[in-house]
Ligand binder design. Structure first.
Ligand code: ATP
Ligand code: MG
Length: 579
């Protein structure tokens, strides 16, 4: 099935078609690469100067607006605050904040000062915070008094390198911290960004921890050229857009496309400090006149759970483009978008390590629902033959590229794109192992069809081997998603003496459906007619699938629980595994 774009009003006339874009594309020169200069100061001499850069919706629905000029001044003040504290180039500034204006000011002010920004997800507990601050050698932390009291005070003594904790708010700063507002008020709005090289370290991002211990990926200022170009193609972002990225800035999506790219393109960015709530989200889309929306499969599946009727109660006519990332996007969800929101959902694929979107159903290209799309201009992707361990087979430093349409392989990228990570902090061995035979190895398994579209199969670790079949959980999950009772699914392999592994599905039901033997049998039969031998034989009902805080189903944890094994590192598990 293909969704042809020419029939769709979303086709941006100024974007070249896929083939032309790939043929004619070159990376822009890496000059003026300071990310904060691109995102803020560059706009001063342009009409964007007085445009609203940030429209922050508070938990209590209060709106705070900052123009590009406001942002310029505040980020200069913050850079001066760092300078006055003696915090310099390359030193790490961590944030532990919700989606509040201070977060954006801290991020961009830090980058102006050529210090390195490391965002933490504000719902982390003390131990994951301590681990990351320690690993990243945090010098400064910006947080709230309440988060400080609950999460930092208990670990402060274990972090001798953490020299300054700055807290937001107007109240008195807790002992051992400095008031951000006071320091900002005393600082100058004049700051000249030091000369910045493309290779200067800019950001430290911890991965989602879906497969195990979170890794700290190092990113550089030169990445901004990739943020800019990919946002044009894969998100169809244009000046004048009102853009909403729902990802938390604690994750790479919330930074690359929730701060850097939209501001560098001069759009108005909406942020929401509140939690997911279907009505709240629809209301935000409606009231803020959002034109471009970047979200995640789990959020879209939750909207689906509430049905098309809820969507119909809101005016979503300003929306022009919807994109999704983070997990496989079931074809069912793409089509639901078309039906209920009036627009298909554009899937795209990338990782913390890649820094920017690598594969996408981009704006000027037909969508194949269920496919991640095709490589971005400037990106070369391939599939590599896999060995026994499920990863690319490396023989004498060489790998074999799979070219046959429909065949599976480990998804690999030709290194050299500007936003590629430059290391796993403190783990050069692991970084070296991520490359072989001239490729970066993603750890994901995919297929490519005859039109060059890539289809996600599984994380290499998640592939199920059952009775001689290699099964990607995503395919099984997508089929079950077509059943009217199913809201979300996680599929794993459980050990079996005969088949090796059996496919087991954990199913979350939509409202109005009750778990029971009849429904279970119906689901098994439903899957069997569509999948044949690879259909799950076991189905369990689970209204609380474990998710990472970035919204992914944690199959690793489902499996550990199933087998009664230790759960491993669960620092990125969402509270109680429920949502
Ligand atoms: P960790 O590396 O710590 O296990 P993680 O891989 O989940 O965590 P991220 O870098 O946030 O951390 O996520 C990237 C991964 O998310 C990809 O490697 C892929 O498995 C999955 N992913 C992202 N986008 C898509 C997509 N469009 N379709 C399928 N999978 C996706
Ligand atoms: Mg990963």
């Amino acid at each position: 099935m293909i969704i042809h774009k020419p029939r769709h009003p979303a086709v941006p006339p100024e974007l070249p078609d896929y083939e032309t874009a790939r043929r004619t594309f070159t990376w822009p020169p890496a000059t003026g690469v300071n990310i904060a200069w691109q995102a803020v100061d560059r706009h001063l001499g342009t009409p964007a100067r007085d445009r609203v850069a940030l429209r922050c919706i508070g938990r209590d629905d209060t709106l705070t607006e900052l123009t590009y000029l406001d942002l310029h001044r505040r980020t200069a003040r913050f850079a001066n605050v760092l300078r006055a504290l003696g915090v310099g180039r390359g030193e790490r500034v961590f944030t532990l904040l919700g989606r509040v204006p201070e977060l954006y000011v801290t991020v961009l002010g830090t980058l102006k000062n050529l210090s390195v920004l490391a965002p933490l997800f504000s719902a982390f507990g003390p131990e994951p915070i301590r681990e990351r601050l320690h690993l990243g050698d945090g010098r400064v932390l910006v947080t709230t008094p309440a988060l400080y009291a609950r999460k930092i005070a208990p670990i402060r003594d274990a972090l001798p390198g953490l020299k300054h904790v700055l807290v937001t708010g107007d109240g008195p700063a807790p002992e051992g911290t400095l008031p951000l507002a006071g320091l900002m008020a005393a600082a100058s709005t004049a700051f000249t960004i030091p000369a910045t090289q493309a290779e200067d370290m800019a950001l430290l991002h911890f991965t989602s921890g879906t497969t195990g211990k979170p890794k700290g990926a190092v990113h550089v200022h030169g990445a901004v050229t990739a943020h800019l170009t990919t946002a044009r193609y894969a998100l169809d972002l244009r000046p004048g857009d009102v853009y909403w990225c729902t990802a938390d800035p604690g994750w790479v999506t919330g930074m690359s496309y929730g701060v850097i790219a939209p501001l560098a393109l001069g759009v108005t960015m909406v942020t929401d400090a509140g939690e997911f709530d279907a009505r709240r989200w629809y209301r935000t889309l409606q009231e803020q006149h959002v034109t471009v929306w970047y979200t995640a499969p789990t959020a879209l599946r939750m909207l689906m759970r509430h049905g098309k009727e809820l969507a119909a109660g809101y005016d979503l006519s300003h929306l022009r483009f919807i994109a999704s990332v983070g997990e496989p996007l079931n074809p069912e969800v793409v089509l639901w978008g078309q039906d209920a929101l009036g627009l298909p959902v554009h899937d795209n694929w990338w990782q913390t390590e890649t820094g920017a979107i690598m594969i996408s159903n981009y704006a000027s290209m037909d969508i194949k629902p269920g496919s991640m799309g095709r490589p971005m201009p400037g990106i070369t992707a391939a599939l590599l033959e896999r060995g026994e361990d499920g990863r690319a087979r490396v023989t004498d430093g060489r790998v074999t590229v799979v070219t046959e349409p429909g065949a599976e392989g480990e998804l690999a990228l030709r290194p050299g794109w500007p936003s590629m990570f430059r290391g796993y902090l403190g783990d050069p061995g692991r970084y070296a192992k991520a490359f072989a035979g001239g490729w970066y190895l993603s750890g994901d398994v995919a297929r490519r069809d005859e039109d060059g579209y890539f289809w996600f199969v599984a994380r290499a670790d998640d592939v199920i081997k059952s009775a001689g079949h290699l099964i990607g959980p995503f395919e099984v999950e997508s089929v079950l998603m077509e059943h009217p009772a199913v809201a979300e699914v996680g599929v794993i392999g459980t050990p079996d003496p005969v088949a090796g592994e059996l496919v087991k599905a954990f199913v979350t039901l939509k409202p109005g459906y009750q778990p029971g033997e009849i429904l279970r049998r119906d689901l098994v039969a439903f899957a069997r007619t569509r999948l044949g031998a690879v259909a799950p034989k076991q189905i369990a009902f689970d209204q609380h699938l474990p998710h990472t805080r970035s919204g992914k189903v944690m199959r690793r944890l489902l499996k550990a629980r199933e087998l009664g094994l230790p759960e491993g590192d669960t620092s990125t598990l969402e509270d109680g595994g429920s949502r």
